[in-house]
Design a protein around this ligand. Structure first.
Ligand SMILES: Nc1nc2c(ncn2[C@@H]2O[C@H](COP(=O)(O)OP(=O)(O)O)[C@@H](O)[C@H]2O)c(=O)[nH]1
Ligand SMILES: [Mg+2]
Length: 350
């Protein structure tokens, strides 16, 4: 009864498990006047605008699948060099080489340091055995760098974040099923990074072919136990679950990239000329490029960063600290400090 009355007065939620620590929630409507809590959003906004944020995206797939073109289309700027550029990626690499380029992108005062990590040579050989190894190594090296900065006695106020927040995996538009290399790559990498698979150059398939291909890919992903982003286990609430279910049902997005604009009904649109007419890249009736952009930039960018920090990096951190062969003396630490949690004060970086 008393609880009921408290609820009516707007005071509720006493933590009964810990009587020493009482917590009560007062609904905004029950405040006597304006306090100004909501202004924290403006404060966060101002801080983010001042400092900017980092976003690191990796593209993986055979040469010529349109990786560079797609990233340029996503950010509407030349953030990745295309293979037709002389002296670059022209010849097929014998081994997988990782190559990262950073750009500052600014929109309405918000600054983003975008780093695109390209993986030329992946899947280009006749024998592609272990071609994911340099990629796994690179991803882990970035976690290691971050860990070392975090464990340092004199930590930087803001640790530079070179961790891969998202790996876009390009599937060739064969219309068949996942190939062994796709299964092997995604199985391994899905455990250490957020993978978003896409069907590249989707304009080479008909709408029906795309649908069937997508369905077969989803079956193969499930039957091989491959974890791709967004993972069910990390949905935080009902609302997020509903939104992510829709995404999971339509993954992998069938995308088309371009660096050309065409005139359609008097408007300039990003598109590709095909024998069937102009494919409008940003038109959802033509391809799923917009869904991919919405996911990566407009709805899930912050979530990709959080999943990287809270899940993938955390898994790496726990494993490394358990191995106990981090050279603590170099960091000016003793393992004792770690056991007592003193060094475990990682902040979520923007
Ligand atoms: N049909 C088609 N061609 C594309 C598409 N995206 C890129 N291309 C073309 O494919 C070639 C290779 O593109 P590029 O982005 O350099 O591929 P990368 O090697 O994977 O980075 C270029 O001639 C592009 O114009 C697409 O969505 N559809
Ligand atoms: Mg390229």
């Amino acid at each position: 009864m008393e609880e009921e009355r408290e609820k009516e007065r707007g005071i509720m939620g006493h933590d009964r498990e810990d009587p020493g620590q009482q917590m009560s929630f007062i609904r905004g409507t029950d405040l006597f006047g304006y306090v100004g809590i909501e202004a924290v959003l403006d404060q966060m906004r101002r801080k983010t605008m001042k400092s900017g944020f980092e976003f690191n995206i990796m593209v993986v797939g055979q040469s010529g699948l349109g990786k560079s073109t797609l990233v340029n289309t996503l950010f509407k700027s030349k953030v990745s060099r295309k293979s037709c550029t002389p002296n670059y990626e022209e010849k097929i690499c014998k081994t997988v080489k990782l190559h990262s380029v950073s750009h500052m992108i600014e929109e309405k005062g918000v600054k983003m340091k975008l780093t695109v990590i390209d993986t030329p040579g992946f899947g280009d050989q006749i024998n592609n055995e272990n071609c994911w190894e340099p990629i796994v190594k690179y991803i882990n090296e970035q976690y290691e760098k971050y860990l070392r900065e975090e464990l340092h006695v004199n930590r930087k106020r803001r640790i530079p974040d070179s961790r891969v927040h998202c790996c876009i995996y390009f599937l060739p538009a064969t219309g068949h099923r996942l190939r062994p290399i796709d299964v092997e790559f995604m199985k391994r990498l899905g455990k250490i990074v957020s993978i978003v698979p896409v069907i590249a150059k989707a304009d080479t398939l008909t709408i029906e072919e795309r649908q069937e291909f997508k369905e077969r890919i989803r079956q193969d992903l499930a039957s091989n136990g491959i974890c791709i982003y967004p993972q069910k286990e990390y949905d935080e609430d009902q609302e997020e679950h509903a939104l992510n279910e829709k995404i999971r049902e339509s993954i992998p997005f069938a995308v088309v990239g371009t660096d050309k604009e065409h005139q359609v009904n008097g408007n300039k649109v990003l598109g590709r000329k095909t024998k069937w007419g102009i494919i409008e890249v940003e038109n959802v009736a033509h391809c799923e490029f917009s869904h991919l952009r919405d996911l990566l930039v407009r709805s899930h960018l912050q979530d990709l960063k959080e999943v990287t920090h809270n899940i993938h990096y955390e898994t790496y951190r726990v494993r490394r600290l358990n191995e106990s062969n981090v050279d603590f003396s170099v960091l000016g630490l003793t393992p004792w400090l770690l056991e007592n949690g003193t060094a475990d004060q990682s902040e979520s970086q923007l």
